[in-house]
Design a protein around this ligand. Structure first.
Ligand SMILES: C[S@@+](CC[C@H](N)C(=O)[O-])C[C@H]1O[C@@H](n2cnc3c(N)ncnc32)[C@H](O)[C@@H]1O
Length: 369
C-alpha cells in the first residue's frame, strides 16, 4: 500500500489542458493523479519503463521521473501530451491495438466508460508478466462495484487503497491472459433498421444507437427540407461507429463520405461499418486535413460529455471548422439536446440557422453557409 505522502504536484501548474477551456473549475490534474504519483514513487524503479494509461493531458506521464510508454485512445490526448512535453521529447505513444513489450508496472486512470476500462485491462493483461503490478486511480464518488468485477476478469489480486483527498487506487496484480485475446476481441453488434453496426467497447452509446441519432435519421426520411437534400460530398463529424454516415450513404447512392472522430475506438469501429470504396475515415480531433469549401454537407451529433465532464466548447470549435470546410451554399445539420441552446452560437457563425424539428428532448438545426 503506498504511503500517504506524495511527491509534490506543484509542477502540475506547468501543464495545460488541451483542448483549452475557459471553465476554470476544470483542472489538469486531480487528487487521483497525485495518489498515482505517490504509488509510482514507491513501486516503480528507474528502469521499469511503466505504461501510463488514460492520462488525458499527459500530466501523470510527464511528472514521472523515469522514461514511460503512453497509451492513448484519443487524438486530442496525443496532442495534449506533445504540447505538455514542451522541449522534452514526447514519450512514445501506443494504442490498445498495439502488441506491447512486457509491462512490469502500469498506472491508469479509471475512465467513466467501464467498457473502456475493460479495453485497457485487456490490453494490459495481454502484455503482463507474473511480476506486473498496476495502480488505477479514481475519485471515490465515481466508484462502482462493477469496476472491481471487471478488474477481477483480468487480475487475480484486486485491492482498494484508503481514500486520500477523496481519491482511491485499485491495486492490481496476478494478471492472467485475457480470454478471447486483447482489445480487438472486445467488440459487439448494435442493431438499427434491420442492420447490424459493429463497435469496439468504449465507443459512444454502448447498448443502442443514440436516441438523438435515431430521431435525426427518422426525420431525414420524413422532413420535407431534409428529404429534398442531395449532397455529393458529406462529412460525418464526430462519427462514433459511423451510423449517421452509413445511413446517409444508403440514402444518397452517388455521394462520398468523410468521417472523423477523436476516439480511435470509434474510428476503428466506423471502418468496420462504412464501405471503404465510398468513405474515408480519419482519426483526428480537428478538420485541419480537409480543404476549404470541400464539402456539400456536414452532419453531426456533436460531443458534449468528456468522461465525467460536460463541456460545449469542443462542439463550438467544430461548428466553426465545419463552416470553413463547407462550400458556399453548403450546410451543416446538427442534432443536439435542446437545453444546450446551440442556436445562439450557430447564429454567430452561419448566415442562417433554421430549427427544422424539435421534440421534448432534442432539436435539429440546418445551418446555411
Ligand atoms: C454524441 S457522440 C456521436 C457519435 C455518432 N455520430 C452517433 O451518432 O452515434 C459524439 C462523438 O464525438 C467524438 N468527439 C469528441 N471530440 C471530438 C473532436 N474534437 N472531433 C471529432 N470527434 C470528437 C466522440 O468520440 C464521440 O464519438
Amino acid at each position: 500500500m503506498p504511503r500517504e505522502t506524495t511527491p509534490t504536484t506543484a509542477g502540475a501548474s506547468k501543464f495545460r489542458r488541451y483542448p483549452p477551456t475557459t471553465n476554470r473549475s476544470l483542472q489538469v490534474m486531480s487528487a487521483a493523479d497525485e495518489w498515482l504519483l505517490a504509488w509510482a514513487a514507491e513501486r516503480i524503479g528507474p528502469n521499469d519503463n511503466p505504461l501510463v494509461v488514460h492520462d488525458r493531458f499527459g500530466a501523470v506521464a510527464l511528472s514521472l521521473p523515469q522514461p514511460v510508454r503512453f497509451l492513448a485512445t484519443f487524438h486530442s490526448q496525443e496532442e495534449a501530451l506533445r504540447r505538455n512535453s514542451g522541449t522534452r521529447p514526447s514519450p512514445p505513444i501506443y494504442t490498445v491495438f498495439d502488441a506491447l513489450d512486457p509491462v512490469r508496472r502500469a498506472v491508469l486512470r479509471v475512465p467513466k466508460s467501464l467498457e473502456l476500462w475493460e479495453i485497457y485491462l485487456a490490453a494490459l493483461a495481454a502484455a503482463a508478466t507474473p511480476e506486473t503490478e498496476a495502480a488505477a486511480g479514481f475519485m471515490t464518488r465515481h466508484f462502482t462495484p462493477r469496476m472491481l468485477d471487471i478488474a477481477g476478469r483480468y487480475a487475480g489480486q484486486v485491492k482498494q487503497s484508503t481514500a486520500r483527498k477523496k481519491a482511491r487506487l485499485l491495486l492490481l496484480s496476478d494478471f492472467h491472459p485475457p480470454e478471447g485475446g486483447g482489445a480487438r476481441a472486445l467488440r459487439k453488434f448494435i442493431g438499427y433498421a434491420g442492420r447490424e453496426y459493429q463497435q469496439y467497447y468504449g465507443v459512444f452509446s454502448a447498448d443502442h444507437i443514440d436516441y438523438a441519432t435515431q430521431w435525426l435519421l427518422e426525420q431525414w426520411a420524413v422532413h420535407p427540407e431534409l428529404r429534398e437534400l442531395n449532397p455529393a460530398t458529406i462529412l460525418d463529424l464526430a462519427c462514433g461507429n459511423g451510423i449517421i454516415g452509413g445511413e446517409l450513404l444508403r440514402r444518397y447512392p452517388q455521394a462520398v463520405l468523410t468521417a472523423t472522430d477523436d476516439s480511435l475506438l470509434a474510428v476503428e469501429s466506423a471502418r468496420l461499418n462504412l464501405p471503404a470504396e465510398r468513405s474515408t475515415v480519419r482519426y483526428n480531433h480537428t478538420l485541419d486535413a480537409l480543404g476549404d469549401d470541400s464539402q456539400d454537407q456536414v452532419v453531426t451529433n456533436p460531443p458534449f460529455h468528456f468522461g465525467h465532464e460536460n463541456n460545449i466548447e469542443v462542439s463550438l470549435g467544430l461548428f466553426r471548422q465545419a463552416h470553413r470546410v463547407l462550400r458556399p451554399g453548403g450546410h451543416l445539420v446538427v442534432v443536439a439536446n435542446r437545453h444546450l441552446n446551440y442556436a445562439v452560437h450557430l447564429g454567430g457563425i452561419y448566415r442562417e440557422v433554421r430549427e427544422l424539428a424539435v421534440n421534448d428532448k432534442f432539436v435539429i438545426y440546418r445551418c446555411l453557409v
